[in-house]
Design a protein around this ligand. Structure first.
Ligand code: TYD
Length: 141
């Protein structure tokens, strides 16, 4: 059973079209995603001991799907901490702004596809956990 996810995080099931030839999943922004896709990137070839992410975004919303293999993603909005296993090409994680996330335990075949609502912008990243906590406290005032 999945523990409660931080605010705004959501696992979104994707429609799967399978037959004897194999499986196919399509992602359509107007049907499956609450944002317009401006960028797609994928993370792969990650060592089993590597940690990725370790940041939050100030405004960016993203959607992550392990299209191959699996990894864990730790989610933290300052109040709720939760870990999700991404291991299904037909289920993605909606990742809103101001959620600290860390990806670990990548399988060697993991390909993590991420769809993002905006182009890459380093200024949107909070890469320091204490700064993230301080921003959460400020926004709650
Ligand atoms: P980084 O954000 O550290 O990756 P992760 O969050 O998965 O640990 O990004 C790694 C490098 O790739 C860094 O130099 C920034 C660059 N990058 C881009 O140029 N464009 C992108 O869309 C992303 C996500 C990263």
């Amino acid at each position: 059973m999945q523990s409660p996810l931080p605010s705004g995080c959501r696992l979104i099931p994707l429609e799967e079209h399978g037959d004897e030839r194999g499986r196919l999943v399509a992602i359509e922004q107007s049907r499956d995603l609450p944002f317009e896709i401006a960028r797609a990137y994928y993370v792969f070839g990650v060592g089993v001991d590597s940690r990725r992410g370790l940041h939050a975004h100030r405004t960016l919303v993203q959607f992550a799907v392990a299209v191959s293999g699996r990894c864990k993603i730790l989610l933290d909005d300052g109040s709720i901490n939760s870990t999700v296993m991404l291991d299904d090409p037909a289920t993605g994680l909606l990742l809103p702004p101001m959620v600290w996330h860390e990806m670990t335990d990548f399988s060697t075949d993991c390909v993590l596809l991420v769809l993002a609502a905006a182009p890459y912008d380093e200024a949107d990243y909070i890469r320091d956990y204490d700064e993230f906590r301080a921003a959460i406290v400020r926004s709650a005032r």
